[in-house]
Ligand binder design. Structure first.
Ligand code: ADP
Ligand code: MG
Ligand code: MG
Length: 885
């Protein structure tokens, strides 16, 4: 009988089997096999979950028999039995996806209890309070997770009971209280489902397993996967594990800990625990937990063992661990370990320190930092010299600073965000149902919950500023406001939060630009040693160029000259040039622009002394420099109606004629790029002259200048040959006029499929290529970016027709194929041809990797993304060592 194996005892698994056993199951197996104290249990594989969905939500053939066998084995191992009054088996049923999804899937504890076994347990243990506490928890969790009853119905009963007894916390309730609560819980179940709470442990078990499978498709899980780009096809495993109890008294407890500080990276055990508690109590904010250091005082032996176990696990996994544990009567039990989520700052510090500790190599270390996460550090923070009206202080749960309108509702936050508002989501705490609001918010502020609360964990994962457990703010949901002392902050008021200090500030605050920490610089230095591809920046001003250099750019990959044309003092002259009736008039306007452009180029080239600077000649359609036709029409009408200045009227009418004549059906495919150079060569000639005059001056002043003149939008080698000659002629003239010799190159942007296809011909006239992947994506897909992103990109991604937005993540399959073809064919003709990329893709890690794989010389991106590109390029080099051609 060759049926598939779906169920694995923990002793049969290992960490590498994550795909099959889920993260939690694989790590429980690993911990079991390295001899750590893990309550025994077994894992039902993700394969079984997939089959469950394939079969229309039915258990696959053979699964039930396997489960029966493993339950029998568990009963034998523990000498306990389901439904046995002398020693009832109690288990937890825990979901465990391949990629950890905190709080997304629900766990049921104490399964196996019923009206009989609870009495037996109460009698045999002599601890009735504990037995009934377990049972009420079980009914509540099972009721919520499996029977789909609302959590708050149970909570209300509990609150009532506390109120009735005039106590504050659950651990102050007695055995009799729990028995009362249980009766009420059972009544809720009967009333809401029409049946009694299931008493048969096997029935409980199967229903719970079914519910875990089912939860893979619940809304929260689906949203989480979408946000974190986790595949919907992975499925979840189910872990069935013998219970251990942290709620048997004050020599018991449960906790969570990180082996290093997940916020700063400091090497120090970091976490929280609660005595006499079970499961989620620590993170649910039921009572305020103790810091882990306190455990060293309260239970020194257990602490000692725990600390040793943490070190052992860290060395074993060679990474910072996020651990869940329970103490039952002074005995430590390990319930979970995984690589801990961390801020970018912590990721860097941990990676760097683990290299100096000899745990990691530099190659491994640079792979430990997610380049996308670096954004957090490259963001602004509150200006430390600013006078702040700090009104409260909570926990610094996720670093970074944000200002925005106070908003108490996740749906509203999402709506406001869509309307362009910046919001700070404020709540008592957050739940997985608030994810969409957290995505939309600039930052998150909660009044309850610790550093491991839902809000904190999720915000760190998203790289959003978050202040948690800010007890000084009292939220009044009814009136949509919160109070801090006597200050009232209403829905829509502006507040700022600093997730690195925990401060809450009234109003907007001044922010400053980021700088790189020593550890960050060291990591980037290693990245520079490992990467083989260059990193440049796109910069249009000397300031941007300087910033780029500071962040480690090795040149400028794109300077756009049109931004210079848009400047307020230039625009009228640019318009004069466009409106000119003949060559002479145009020459006059160009003569005025020349010295201005020369100064622009002088500044940028000087800032990049010693490094290459690629300057693109004018690219956008000319009408972009002229007034909007509709506004002009209104102005003309007003002049007519009011008998306004006739000279002004006739000027405007002339302007209108030009605007009309320049207007295009499809400007993206219209009169732009080198087509402007072909029709109006004098414009490109002026720009070339400005570039070379600036170059000559700087060379004379002793700077080392490497100018690259770039012709945009080329489709044909003859087009490039014509314009290149024009540039060369000007260079020769300038050399002659100034008597200065300088070096420069002329090349082209590759952004039209025809240019890719004819790369070998075009290469003969080019000294460099630079992929303009924004236009290349537009022209290859036939998507205009604005229209696509505004109208139909979302459904394409939702329906999985496209995996990613190709304007953000390079479309390797289509656009990438053209790029590969271009590189291969151009280099056949010119093996040393310099080829780079200057689209936004140049700062996106997956695209950077692709550029490395096809052999580009450099990527170029916005100055702030330069560190991201440096790291991504290093990862690409390390991870593609074997594939490199
Ligand atoms: P999550 O994935 O949401 O962290 P878990 O499956 O880890 O859910 O379980 C939630 C909580 O229940 C954890 O704090 C864990 O320590 C506790 N728990 C799970 N299984 C057991 C068990 N067998 N004995 C005691 N506590 C358990
Ligand atoms: Mg857990
Ligand atoms: Mg372009």
């Amino acid at each position: 009988m060759a049926t598939k194996k779906y169920v694995y005892a923990f002793s049969e698994g290992k960490a590498e089997m994550k795909g099959l056993l889920g993260g939690k199951g694989a790590n429980l197996a690993e911990m079991t096999n390295i001899g750590l104290p893990v309550p025994p249990g077994f894992t039902i594989s993700t394969e079984a979950c997939k089959e469950f969905y394939n079969a229309g939500r039915k258990f696959p053939e053979g699964l039930e028999q396997e489960i029966e066998a493993k339950v029998a084995w568990l009963e034998q191992t523990l000498n306990k039995k389901f439904n046995d009054l002398s020693g009832p088996l109690l288990v937890s049923v825990r979901s465990g996806a391949v990629v950890s999804m905190p709080g997304m899937m629900d766990t049921v504890l104490n399964l196996g209890l019923n009206d009989q076994t609870v009495t037996a347990l109460a009698d045999s243990s002599g601890n009735a309070r504990w037995a009934y506490d377990c049972y009420r928890r079980f009914i509540q969790m099972f009721g919520n997770v499996v029977l789909d009853l609302e959590h708050h119905k149970f909570e209300a009963v509990l609150e009532d009971q506390k109120h009735k007894r005039n106590v504050e916390f659950d651990n102050q309730l007695t055995s009799e209280d729990w028995q009362e609560v249980i009766e009420k819980y059972k009544y809720i179940v009967r009333k809401e489902t029409g049946s009694d709470f299931p008493q048969d442990p096997k029935e409980q078990l199967y229903k719970a397993i079914y519910a875990v499978f089912d939860s893979w498709e619940n809304d929260r899980a689906i949203v989480y996967r979408k946000v974190h780009r986790i595949s919907d096809d992975l499925g979840t495993a189910v872990n069935v594990q013998a219970m251990v109890f942290g709620n048997m008294g004050d020599d018991c407890g449960t906790g969570v800990a990180f082996t290093r500080n997940p916020s700063t990276g400091e090497k120090l055990l970091y976490g929280e625990y609660l005595t006499n508690a079970q499961g989620e109590d620590v993170v649910a904010g039921i009572r305020t937990p103790q810091p882990i250091a306190k455990l060293a005082e309260e239970m020194p032996d257990v602490y000692q063992q725990f600390a040793q176990t943490c070190t052992l696990l860290e060395n074993h996994y060679k990474d910072m661990q996020d651990i869940e544990f329970t103490i039952e009567r002074n005995k430590l039990w390990m319930l979970q370990t995984r690589n801990g989520k961390r801020t970018a700052q912590a990721a860097i510090r941990i990676a760097v320190e683990m290299v100096s500790e000899g745990v990691l190599t530099k190659e491994t270390a640079i792979n430990r930092v997610d380049p996308n996460q670096l954004n957090q550090l490259l963001h602004r923070r509150i200006d430390p010299t600013a006078k702040l009206e700090v009104v409260a202080k909570g926990l610094p749960a996720s670093p970074g600073s944000a200002s925005g309108e106070v908003c108490f509702d996740a749906d509203l936050a999402e709506k406001l965000h869509e309307q362009g508002h910046k919001v700070i989501l404020v709540g008592t705490e957050t739940t997985p149902d608030d994810i969409h609001g957290m995505v939309a918010a600039q930052g998150i502020l909660t009044s309850r919950g610790g550093m491991t609360s839902h809000a904190a964990v999720v915000a760190r994962g998203m790289g959003k500023p978050c202040v948690c457990g800010c007890e000084a703010i009292r939220i009044d949901h009814e009136n949509k406001q919160f109070m801090v002392g006597k200050i009232k902050v209403k829905d829509g008021d502006i507040v700022s939060i600093d997730g690195s200090t925990g401060e809450v500030i009234l109003g907007e605050v001044p922010m400053i630009e980021p700088e790189l920490s020593n550890e960050f610089q060291l990591l980037l230095q290693w990245a520079d040693e490992l990467r083989t591809m260059g990193v440049r920046a796109n910069a249009d001003t000397p300031e941007d160029a300087a910033k780029a250099r500071e962040f480690g750019a090795e040149g400028i990959g794109l300077t756009r000259t049109e931004h210079m044309f848009m400047a307020l003092d230039r625009l009228p002259i640019v318009q004069e040039m466009i409106l000119a009736n003949d060559i002479e008039e145009r020459a006059e306007a160009l003569a005025k622009l020349l010295p201005m452009q020369e100064e622009d180029f002088y500044g940028i080239l000087k800032a990049m002394d010693g490094l290459p600077v690629c300057i693109r000649l004018l690219d956008p359609p000319l009408h972009e420099f002229l007034p909007n036709a509709e506004e002009l029409a209104v102005e003309i009408n007003t002049l007519k109606l009011t008998n306004g200045d006739p000279a002004k009227l006739s000027y405007n009418e002339e302007l209108m004629r030009k605007v009309r004549s320049l207007s295009e059906f499809n400007p993206m495919l219209g009169h732009r790029g080198c087509r402007l150079g072909v029709t109006w060569p004098e414009v490109y000639a002026m720009q070339a002259r400005a570039i070379f005059q600036a170059t000559a001056r700087l060379v004379q002043e002793g700077y080392k200048i490497e100018t690259e003149v770039e012709i945009p939008l080329v489709i044909e080698v003859k087009e490039l040959a014509y314009l290149r000659q024009l540039v060369i002629d000007i260079a020769d003239q300038v050399k002659q006029e100034t008597g200065v010799d300088f070096h420069y190159t002329v090349g082209t942007m590759i952004e039209i499929p025809r240019a890719c296809l004819l790369a070998d011909e075009i290469a003969t006239e080019a000294e460099f290529f630079s992929f303009g992947t924004n236009d290349l994506t537009q022209t290859t897909l036939g998507f205009s970016r604005d229209d696509a992103e505004g109208k139909f990109m979302q459904p394409y991604i939702e329906k999985k027709i496209l995996a990613e937005n190709p304007f953000i993540v390079l479309d390797r399959k289509g656009v990438g194929k053209l790029m590969q073809w271009t590189v291969d064919n151009a280099r056949r003709v010119k093996p040393d041809l310099l080829i780079g990329i200057c689209g936004e893709h140049g700062g996106e890690p997956s695209s950077v990797e692709f550029c490395h794989m096809i052999g580009l010389n450099y990527v170029s991106c916005s100055p702030y993304r330069v560190p991201i590109a440096r790291l991504a390029a290093a990862q690409a080099a390390v991870n593609n060592k074997d594939q490199s051609k």
